[in-house]
Design a protein around this ligand. Sequence first.
Ligand code: SAH
Ligand code: SF4
Length: 351
Amino acid sequence: MDNIIKLINKAEVTHELTKNELVTLLKDNDHNEEIFKAADRVREKYVYDEVHLRGLIEFSNICKRNCMYCGLRRDNKNIKRYRLEPDEIISLAKGAKSYGYQTVVLQSGEDDYYTVDKIKYIVSEIKKLDMAITLSIGEKTFEEYEEYKKSGADRYLIRIETTDKELYEKLDPQMSHENRKKCLYDLRKLGYEVGSGCLVGLPNQTMESLADDILFFKKIDADMIGVGPFIPNKDTPLGEEEGGEFFLSIKVTALIRLLLPDINIPATTAMESLYPNGRSIALTSGANVVMPNVTEGEARKLYALYPGKICVNDTPGHCRTCISLKINKINRKVSEAKGFRNKTYKKETIN
Ligand code: SAH
Ligand code: SF4
């Protein structure tokens, strides 16, 4: 049997691959369909046919950080900034509930306007709606994460972006890779469902580095992993770079499903922004989650991490119908549960 097919079979059966084996699969381009299909089978076996929807609220595009790849970076003067008041955020969550979402993801730049007390207020009010809450608001202290948790936050998303420390710190000279990792460990200690992920196609990123990312996600036993192609934004220092390839980001997603069989994996917005029906392709290559935007009005457009973001002129109601149709079209169904990770595979702990 072809060596590559043997590796795919091994991953499908044992959910283990070495770094060299991952690199071999990442570099090979003749068996992508087989990898995607194997990931789809593992997805079906461990997390079934249901797709979990999370309503995404992008509540502020103000950010004190300066990540080189991101349109929200503080040095970008070409973007109109906005922030929503706590009661506006709660009202968007109520809207999400009315569209049938069981989970909201609250995402923003790192905006110190939202004090611990404000976040606690927002979280505890949304909790009264009987929704699961994911926060994605960046690097905070252990004590801050602890306060959010006590007020009812269930999950936290913070991508490692890349496990290559040197590359990471080049992408924001003021950021510490150690601290980013510490955040993930702190969140796990506090009992959050921990979500992370990486960008694919960063300048000078190698297949070896992507293999390290995948193994890192396995090592920390992440509960959710989102992969997005890097999409160059002309308002940033990386505006002239090449950007990530859609099918490579799908392949990374599929490999993550093969190695972490029971986790939640979103079909990310960046994928569909780069490639028509990108989320449907991801959903049939290992993904089982979609995060439709439930932000309303101008904010949808102004939360411009990268160009070409989909659905900026749509309404939350439209997006909800559209995504349901897309999910039905690939013979899957929208889950009515909150969509926590159901650990059916080997339990591992992080240190
Ligand atoms: N400020 C928080 C959350 C908002 S940014 C944080 O950084 O964690 C959310 C994600 O957007 C980032 O993790 C990054 O992976 C992604 N992102 C930023 N710029 C991007 C770009 N140009 N292309 C694709 N994804 C990008
Ligand atoms: Fe800010 Fe997050 Fe963008 Fe970095 S990736 S500039 S932290 S919004």
